[in-house]
Design a protein around this ligand. Structure first.
Ligand code: ACO
Length: 321
């Protein structure tokens, strides 16, 4: 059986780290409020010269090094972002060029915070059907550029960054490694709960993030619990088989509520929201890379990736590392 196996991961953060206290100097907020409601203590914000493409290229390059590969070994790039460098060309093509690649397909997918799950599932399907052999899958964002810094209900929640996986099609992979099952969902009825109030075809301006936080919270817990059950059923696994959950890092309380619904302890949940805040499509591969590099996620571990975001969109994927 052909499976997409993870052979390398990497991540990148902007240089500038901004603590809650520093943020409170320019926004009407406090460290206590942010910490209590979200678990966030700091975030990294892109500065001059740092863009979604530059962070994505750094993360992809680190993932190639981790895999012991070069761009010559790659024949597909799928990049998830809601903050592309330009409306077009796709940021993926810029990354391909910056890495020294040419000719093979490279494209962006837009599913906001669930973007990495959408990108990974798309690349996995292309690998399993033989359309490509090795892919770089990237989640990269500079959400700071679409935040309304006058709106304290949103601007304190997000940060910038990038994460990348290199996945490879393998037949009968050793110890059942690879992506075992995945599911994606969308429901456009809830588009006005989390959106950007601009775009090329409407206002002609980039726009800013708008959110109904309470509603998003409620839907996130319900949707994530149901997609996690679907993926477990498809894989023929039980929640107690899972070694690690690597969730989208929106809010500590969402992570806690989702883990509790599955009957898992927070010890098994990779948490980086405290350090990185919500980096949208970047958060899942960034969190995975942190937990792999610090030795928590080991080869052979059963890992559940999950995310929910604007659209609404949501999804999950179960893989053996
Ligand atoms: N600092 C200080 N006070 C604030 C801030 C702030 N940054 N933001 C809001 N407040 C105030 C409000 O004005 C309000 O004051 P009031 O009672 O005097 O009117 C009070 O705090 C409570 O505001 P709520 O919006 O009701 O606060 P809530 O408890 O719902 O927490 C939060 C807000 C953290 C956004 C929460 O709803 C949440 O976590 N939602 C999930 C949304 C999310 O994580 N989105 C990320 C993107 S989507 C995704 O990735 C899944």
């Amino acid at each position: 059986m052909k499976r997409s196996v993870l052979v390398g991961s990497g991540s990148a953060l902007p240089k500038n780290c901004v603590s809650n206290e520093e943020l409170a100097k320019r926004v009407d907020t406090s460290d206590d409020w942010i910490r209590e409601r979200t678990g966030i203590t700091q975030r990294f914000l892109a500065g001059e010269g740092e863009t979604t493409a530059s962070l994505a290229t750094a993360a992809a390059s680190a993932a190639l090094d981790d895999a012991g590969l070069t761009i010559a070994d790659i024949d597909l790039i799928v990049l998830a972002t809601a903050t592309p460098d330009n409306t077009f060309p796709a940021t993926a093509t810029k990354v391909q060029h910056q890495l020294g690649g040419k000719g093979f397909p490279a494209f962006d997918v837009a599913a906001v915070c669930s973007g990495f799950l959408y990108a990974l599932t798309t690349a996995d399907a292309m690998l399993r059907t033989g359309m490509a052999k090795r892919a770089i899958v990237i989640g990269a964002e500079t959400f700071s550029r679409i935040l309304d810094w006058e709106d304290r209900t949103t601007c304190v929640l997000f940060g910038d960054g990038a994460g990348a996986f290199v996945i490879e099609a393998q037949d009968n992979a050793e110890s059942g490694a690879g992506i075992i099952a995945s599911r994606l969902h969308a429901d456009g009825e809830y588009g006005d709960m989390l959106f950007v109030d601009g775009g090329p075809s409407t206002t002609g301006e980039v726009g800013k993030v708008r959110m109904k936080g309470r509603e998003v919270f409620r839907h996130a817990v319900t949707n994530l619990s149901s997609v996690l059950s679907e993926v477990l059923e498809e894989a023929g696994c039980k929640a107690e088989d899972i070694d690690w959950i690597v969730p989208h890092q929106a809010n500590l309380r969402i992570l806690d509520a989702t883990a509790r619904k599955l009957g898992l302890s927070m010890e098994q949940v990779v948490v980086t929201v405290d350090q990185h805040a919500n980096t949208s499509a970047a958060s899942v591969p960034l969190a995975f890379d942190v937990a792999k590099k610090d030795g928590r996620i080991k080869k052979g571990d059963l890992v559940m990736l999950e995310a929910m975001g604007g659209g609404f969109t949501w999804g999950a994927a179960l893989m053996r590392a």
